[in-house]
Every structure is written in structure tokens, then in C-alpha cells.
Design a protein around this ligand. Structure first.
Ligand SMILES: [Zn+2]
Length: 170
């Protein structure tokens, strides 16, 4: 994996305050596209109280959402934005069928793995625009998310997952 030297990355890095503006623009754009953001604390949808979940055009955020930094909100929402594109590409029933059941609900959930890895990649890239974060840490997180319990053991080949993130995180 080729990693830019930290000094070089620092020069091109955005100031974290810019995340506030970027978040505001993204929220405005989402509102225009009819996307709603609801807090799980005040919603019928309570599943996975610590996680953000997107269903169709609604993003359900965790109870402690207001304590997130703007950059954390931004990286979460760019991730969920990818799922919104996936929903519109495959339709809501199509997305859910692929996401939950294909090929198997556990271990070889190929589409869940594909959908999530694409969304995580975009979220990680957003974080790297703003923070000196070791890519290896993000990649480890990606491997863990894809291969462990949070996403129902979506994929069971950690080496392949690692390789994919290494190649695509740049
Ligand atoms: Zn996701």
C-alpha cells in the first residue's frame, strides 16, 4: 500500500471547521432530495440504537447523534448517502432483498458486503480529507465491520476485504 507521508498529507488537509460548512451543504442537498433524518429516540425504528440505519429515503440516527462532531456527522452521512443511491438503483424491496438475503443472510451476504464496503470507503475517504488518521486503522475497522457481528458476518474472507480497502483507499 502506498501512503502519502504525513507532512505532505497535512498540507493538503482541510481544516476541521470546513466540515461544518460541508455538512450544512450536504444536509441542504439531502432535504431538497426529500431525504429525512430522524432520531431513533423519537421514532418507531429502534433497531440497533447505537448505529445509523437508512431505510429508503429516511436516515435513522442514534440517540446520541447531537453529541457527534460535525466531521463525524459528515462522514456518517456520506456513508448513508451511498445507501440512498443504492436504494434508488435497486428499489427499496430490491435493495433489502439483496442486502438481507443474498446469497445467504450470514457469512456470504455478498451484496451486504458490496453495499457496505462501498459506503465505508466513502466515509473513510471523507475522514482522511480532514484528519491525520492512520489508514491502517481505518482498514482494520473496515475488515472488522465486514467480517464480524455488526453486519451479521457479512463476509468471511478478511484477507480479501483488507486487500480491497488497501487498493481503494489509495
Ligand atoms: Zn452502511
Amino acid at each position: 500500500m502506498i501512503t502519502k507521508p504525513l507532512a505532505e498529507r497535512k498540507l493538503t488537509m482541510k481544516n476541521e471547521k470546513e466540515a461544518t460548512t460541508e455538512l450544512k451543504l450536504l444536509l441542504e442537498d439531502m432535504a431538497k432530495r426529500g431525504i429525512k433524518i430522524k432520531n431513533k429516540a423519537n421514532s418507531w425504528f429502534k433497531l440497533g440504537p447505537r448505529f445509523t440505519t437508512t431505510l429508503g429515503k429516511t436516515i435513522f440516527v442514534p440517540k446520541d447523534w447531537d453529541t457527534y462532531s460535525d466531521l463525524d456527522k459528515l462522514s456518517t452521512l456520506v456513508h448513508e448517502n451511498i445507501h440512498i443511491h443504492q436504494y434508488s438503483k435497486f428499489t427499496v424491496p430490491g435493495f433489502l432483498f439483496l442486502y438481507l438475503l443474498c446469497f445467504f443472510p450470514i457469512g456470504l451476504a455478498f451484496f451486504r458486503y458490496l453495499f457496505e464496503r462501498q459506503a465505508y470507503l466513502v466515509g473513510y475517504k471523507k475522514i482522511l480529507e480532514y484528519r491525520i488518521t492512520a489508514k491502517s486503522m481505518l482498514i482494520n475497522n473496515g475488515v472488522e465491520q465486514m467480517c464480524k457481528g455488526n453486519y451479521g458476518y457479512a463476509w468471511i474472507f478478511p484477507k480479501a476485504v483488507r486487500k480491497w480497502f488497501e487498493k481503494n483507499l489509495g
